[in-house]
Structures are given as structure tokens and as C-alpha cells.
Design a protein around this ligand. Structure first.
Ligand code: PMP
Length: 285
């Protein structure tokens, strides 16, 4: 549990931290967020996360609340005050407080900024990765701009719960043509029968994962072949390997899709190798 939260300029005891009931994040999901991993006291790919934050804010025409440098200081201070060595820092920016109305406030208001940080046990994560995870496929019912990291996550919430109800840890969303878009909170990858790494190309229909971007550098450095193309759930079930990427899981092997084992039903060599080498190519600051 994190104990201190940053809320609009102040560091507050979490139990006492609250936002205005008229905040448009609370009323309308009118906001964006980022999650950055903290590993052995260092931020993983902070630059990429803050660049994507700028993109999301820009797309939604939410004013940037502070400079990247100032934000970096707030993130670090929140991590420090919560004594997080390994864990995550969560940042949310909303359009701010205004009388409830769908349209933007006529007079611009200050964006709402909150930051929390929480520790995780790296050994527990490694244990999950050693076993691999199960995923469950389901129709992608999200809106058409999921490249924006919006806090409107209702379809992701329902998807993740449906996956859990089916004994899986992650949901894989499938578009109307049968192609996997991405996970409820991760990008989706397979190792094809030909041994190529396959992941959906960037577009409005997936999030530009920061882990995905870093992994591309590692893949290139290792001379592995990558194909940015869509793949079907059917192809994934017959693939050599499957895995997901996200800041909270790095490279996480997938061993079952809709109950069907992938490969020999254990984490694959390629995914495990990429997981092992991932941080060599991440920016640690
Ligand atoms: N897709 C979705 C829908 C996500 O929520 C996430 C996690 N933020 C990702 C992909 C992976 O992005 P990243 O590697 O930047 O965590």
C-alpha cells in the first residue's frame, strides 16, 4: 500500500488524499494516465512514458500541467516518500474541476494531477513469469482511439474481469475480422511457426506500448526477425510461443490461449530470453 499521494501540488497521507467531486476525471473519465516501472530505485523508460503522456494530453487538448522536468521531480519525490525501490509510479492528469457538462469548460481550468507509487515483490513477478500466464480472447469493444492512454477503461475492466472469470490473467481483444488487437493492459505478441516475432502494427487500435518500443530495440540488436502485422487468435493458438509486454510485466510468456496450450505449454525460449535481456535495452534513470 502506498502511504503518500501527490494531489494537485501537495503530498498527502493517502488516507486523507482526495479530489474534488466535480473533477472531470471522476465525472467523465476525462483524463489520461501513465504507469512507469521503478526497478532497483531507477525509473524504466521515463522519457518514453512522459513523451506518450504529452501525446495523450495533446490529442485530448488537455493543458500540460507542468514541465517534464518538474513532473520528473514530483514522480521521484512520490517514489521516495513511499520508499519504493521496486514497484510502479502511477500518474494521472485530468482536465480539472468544472461544473458537470460534457463539453470542455468555457474558461480553461487547471488540470488535476495525482501521483501514487507502490512497491512490488520482484520475486513474485519472476515466479509468475516462470510459469507463464493464460489469456482469454474476446471481442474488442473499446472506442476507436485506444492509442490515447485515457483513463476511460471500462471495456478493459470488463475484459480483464471476464478473463479472470475464465481462469486467465489477461484478456486478448479480437477485432471484427478475427485479428488480435492487444491485451486489456498489454501488447500482444507471438513467435510464428516460421520463428518470426509478430505484433500488430501501430495505429489507433492499439496503445504504443513503451515496453513494445524498447523490445523492438532488443529484437533488432539480437538479429531476430520481426513482422509488424496483425495475427488471428487462431494463428496465435498454433504459434510456437506467445507473450505480452507492459511496464508492469515487462515480457511475460503466455502459455495458454482460451485453454489451449501454446507450444509445449511452458514459457518459450524466445520470450524467456527477451525477458532476461529486456533491461539491457531499457533506459534506466
Ligand atoms: N496496451 C494497453 C491497453 C495497456 O493498458 C498497456 C499498459 N499500459 C499496454 C498496451 C502496454 O504499454 P506499456 O508497455 O507502455 O506499459
Amino acid at each position: 500500500m502506498s502511504r503518500i499521494a501527490y494531489v494537485n501540488g501537495r503530498y498527502l497521507l493517502r488516507a486523507e488524499a482526495s479530489v474534488n467531486i466535480e473533477d472531470r476525471g471522476y465525472q467523465l473519465s476525462d483524463g489520461v494516465y501513465e504507469v512507469c516501472e521503478v526497478r532497483a530505485g531507477k525509473f524504466v523508460d521515463e522519457g518514453g512514458h512522459l513523451a506518450r503522456l504529452d501525446f495523450s494530453l495533446n490529442e485530448l487538448k488537455i493543458r500540460n500541467p507542468m514541465s517534464r522536468q518538474a513532473l520528473g521531480i514530483v514522480l521521484r519525490e512520490t517514489v521516495r516518500r513511499n520508499r519504493v525501490c521496486d514497484g510502479f509510479v502511477y500518474l494521472q492528469v485530468t482536465r480539472g474541476v468544472a461544473r458537470r457538462d460534457h463539453a470542455f469548460p468555457a474558461k480553461p481550468v487547471a488540470p488535476g494531477v495525482t501521483v501514487t507509487a507502490r512497491s512490488v515483490d520482484p520475486a513474485a513477478n519472476e515466479k509468475v513469469a516462470a510459469d507463464g500466464i493464460a489469456v482469454a480472447t474476446m471481442p474488442d469493444e473499446r472506442w476507436a482511439r485506444v492509442d490515447i492512454k485515457s483513463i476511460s477503461l471500462l471495456a478493459n475492466v470488463l475484459g480483464k474481469q471476464a478473463a479472470r472469470d475464465r481462469g486467465a490473467r489477461e484478456a486478448w481483444f479480437v477485432d471484427e475480422k478475427g485479428f488480435v488487437t492487444e491485451g486489456a493492459s498489454s501488447n500482444a505478441w507471438i513467435v510464428s511457426r516460421e520463428g518470426k516475432l509478430v505484433t500488430r502494427p501501430l495505429g489507433h487500435d492499439i496503445l504504443r506500448g513503451i515496453t513494445r518500443t524498447t523490445l523492438m530495440k532488443l529484437i533488432a540488436a539480437q538479429g531476430l526477425q520481426v513482422e509488424e502485422r496483425a495475427f488471428t487468435a487462431e494463428e496465435a493458438c498454433g504459434a510456437r510461443e506467445a507473450f505480452v509486454t507492459s511496464a508492469t510485466q515487462a515480457v511475460m510468456p503466455v502459455v495458454r490461449i482460451d485453454g489451449r496450450p501454446i507450444g509445449n505449454g511452458a514459457p518459450g525460449l524466445v520470450a524467456s530470453g527477451l525477458r532476461r535481456d529486456y533491461y539491457q535495452y531499457a533506459e534506466l534513470t
